[in-house]
Ligand binder design. Structure first.
Ligand SMILES: Cc1cc2nc3c(=O)[nH]c(=O)nc-3n(C[C@H](O)[C@H](O)[C@H](O)COP(=O)(O)OP(=O)(O)OC[C@H]3O[C@@H](n4cnc5c(N)ncnc54)[C@H](O)[C@@H]3O)c2cc1C
Length: 604
């Protein structure tokens, strides 16, 4: 499957002669060390700066962060509890999926052992696949919690019986059984994007979409499935429909196939690391064990442990300067040297050979408009950035009760679908995480820890005046927990935080917009500016996706590495990869998914 804007020349299936490949590579690599800047110290910026600090062709890295906190949305707080011990509250992401190959860059990052490296593997906490937090995930189907089917927990026969007994699950079972008979698009229909709701209503049913699917994507994106892009978020599943006329048949066929449908960017990211002897194999071994035994992983002190350690290593490196508490206000390019100048306020500015920007498009847009008098305004880039602005605001409420087992069920938590009537969810909550069960081993104080997430698409159109203040948000969360779970106890610790425009929304047409934006950034900035992070995802919105993007941006994006043949079979060598545009812009393969043979995937 190709990216919407990828030209046929780029995708030509011919392979350039090896000698030509070497000439292109030599030409594209830097001839002298380069100075790089990274804007934004979230997980993407910290990872990109860390990777650059280890690249001998990069002489200096400056990391700019507007706030005093490093980590972006990743924010973990260790709080002492009255009566002894502590609890860890997460205000942003809390769990990571360890499935290979998408999480390999993340694992590569946390497990590195040598001097100056992270060495965090001992701090990783995993939730085994047979743990209740893995097998028990609930949907609030008014007015009770319905556990989603789990073959691992119930076995095939009991899963089937449960699905027949429970009305909500019966709809899922019937939709899956009849999925192969449903109408599929004409081949040209796949060239157009559609919403997740449109795609899955066609394949399953509108009841399943509203009662189940809407809840799942509220949990991941805080988003509205009637607006989120199926092409971006469910690209591989859509491909299975196209190739097999059925996603159920397609999934089964793919699981049995010799060549597996996999994302090319995962392979490019793995290839971007110059692996020392044995590191690929040993990284993969660890990952394979984690991935095969765990559903999710987290860190002993919360995910902030990764970003804190990254920041410490950057400070120790001697090559990285962290400029925090200072907002970038202008970015401009010298028309002769093509270097980029980053400005703050009136007089302060610094020039760099390469820049990786990880902050929001509208913020970047403002800075590009602030060019110096006489310099040309990158109007195509500005126009494309203004089209790329959808996001949702989330209110996170963390509650800790000294009473244990307050939740009547065991599991990860529950999500609320869009079919829940207003009276059952006037707070407009997205879901509740049973946080002491979902991140086992983090807290030393016994008790019950819960996180209530509110807002997302359900607060679309709300203004600053509509958002609840922190205390009101805590009250709202308690009222909701009383109504849904019967909890009347008073929390010993309660904290809330409003995260404005926290989750970018990959709405219908996202990949085409990304492609246009990437091309204009390359053109307007002569490949010196690279965009990465959650705003510019092509596969997913999570931390693992951001780390993958940081790997791609800090290697191919800044032009310090050129995609080569690799030391063995590689999936991209079937294509004319020498002509793939990977420098500057948004780094992503023009081939999104490909059939990857066992030989091509054995190196990770
Ligand atoms: C509530 C919530 C729950 C989530 N849960 C999960 C989860 O469980 N698992 C998962 O994998 N993902 C989860 N995510 C998604 C994940 O947290 C994000 O995708 C990821 O953290 C984004 O990282 P980033 O570095 O790309 O962006 P950010 O974290 O937004 O970092 C960008 C940085 O740029 C800085 N900045 C902005 N403007 C400027 C400027 N002008 N000058 C200098 N600096 C600037 C900002 O201050 C910020 O620090 C969740 C997100 C949220 C909000």
């Amino acid at each position: 499957m190709r990216l919407p804007g990828a030209s046929s020349r780029v995708l030509r299936q011919a392979q350039a002669p090896l000698a030509f490949a070497r000439i292109v590579q030599r030409h594209a690599l830097h001839t002298k060390p380069f100075d790089a800047a990274v804007i934004g110290a979230g997980i993407t910026g910290l990872t990109a700066a860390y990777q650059l600090s280890r690249d001998p062709s990069c002489s200096k890295v400056t990391l700019y962060e507007k706030s005093s906190h490093l980590g972006g949305w990743i924010s973990s707080e260790k709080i002492p509890v009255p009566g002894g011990g502590h609890v860890v509250f997460e205000y942003g992401p809390r769990t990571l999926r360890p499935a290979a190959p998408a999480s390999l860059p993340m694992m590569d990052l946390v497990r590195r052992r040598n001097l100056g490296q992270l060495d965090l593997l001992g701090e990783v906490r995993s939730i085994p696949k047979d743990h209740p937090a893995s097998t028990n995930r609930y949907i609030y189907y008014p007015d009770r919690l319905v556990r989603l089917p789990s073959v691992r927990k119930d076995g095939i026969i009991h899963t089937f019986i449960r699905m027949l007994q429970e009305p909500m699950l019966r709809d899922i079972a019937w939709s899956l059984l009849t999925e192969g008979t449903k109408f599929r698009l004409e081949p040209e229909g796949y060239l157009r994007d559609e919403s997740i709701a449109d795609f899955l209503s066609r394949r399953l049913s509108s009841k399943v979409v509203d009662n189940v699917v809407s809840a799942v994507f509220a949990g991941i994106f805080g988003g509205d499935i009637y607006r989120l892009s199926a092409e971006t978020v469910l690209g591989k599943v859509r491909l299975l429909e196209k190739e097999h006329d059925s996603i159920v048949v397609g999934m089964f066929a793919d699981s049995q196939a010799y060549d597996k449908t996999m994302a090319m960017d995962d392979f490019l990211a793995i290839e971007s690391v110059d692996l020392e002897q044995g590191r690929t194999t040993s990284t993969f071994k660890v990952l394979k064990t984690l991935g095969s035994t765990s559903s999710v992983v987290t860190m002993q002190d919360g995910l902030g442990q990764i970003t804190d350690t990254l920041a410490t290593r950057l400070r120790e490196s001697g090559k990285v300067e962290i400029v925090s508490g200072k907002e970038v206000t202008a970015i401009s390019q010298d028309s002769k040297t093509r270097d980029l100048t980053i400005g703050f306020g009136r007089a302060d500015a610094k020039t760099h050979n390469r820049v990786i920007a990880t902050h929001s498009p509208w913020n970047l847009c403002q800075q590009l408009r602030n060019t110096k008098a006489g310099q040309s305004i990158p109007s195509d880039t500005i126009q494309n950035l203004t089209e790329h602005k959808d996001s949702v605001t989330i209110m996170v409420v963390n509650l800790f009760y000294t009473e244990e087992n307050l939740v009547p069920v065991e599991g990860f938590g529950y999500l609320l679908p869009n079919s829940v009537p207003f009276e059952q969810n006037p707070e407009r909550a997205l879901g509740v995480i049973f946080a002491d069960q979902a991140s086992v081993g983090q807290d030393t104080a016994p008790g019950t820890k819960l996180t209530v997430m509110m807002g997302g698409y359900l607060w679309d159109g709300w203004t600053e005046a509509d958002y609840p203040d922190p205390d009101t948000a805590i009250q709202m969360a308690q009222t909701l927990l009383h109504r849904h779970l019967g909890i009347t106890a008073t929390p010993a610790v309660a904290r809330s935080r409003l995260l404005r425009d926290a989750i970018p929304q990959y709405t219908v047409g996202h990949l085409s917009r990304i492609d246009r934006l990437s091309q204009s950034v390359r053109r307007d900035f002569d490949k010196r500016l690279t965009l990465a992070g959650s705003w510019y995802g092509t596969l997913g919105i999570g931390v693992v996706d951001c780390i993958r993007q940081a790997y791609l941006a800090s290697s191919y994006g800044v032009g310090s590495k050129k995609l080569g043949r690799g030391k063995g079979p590689r999936p991209w060598t079937k294509y004319d990869y020498h002509h793939w545009e990977l420098e500057g812009g948004i780094v992503t393969s023009p081939i999104r998914f490909d059939g990857v043979s066992p030989d091509e995937r054995k190196h990770f």
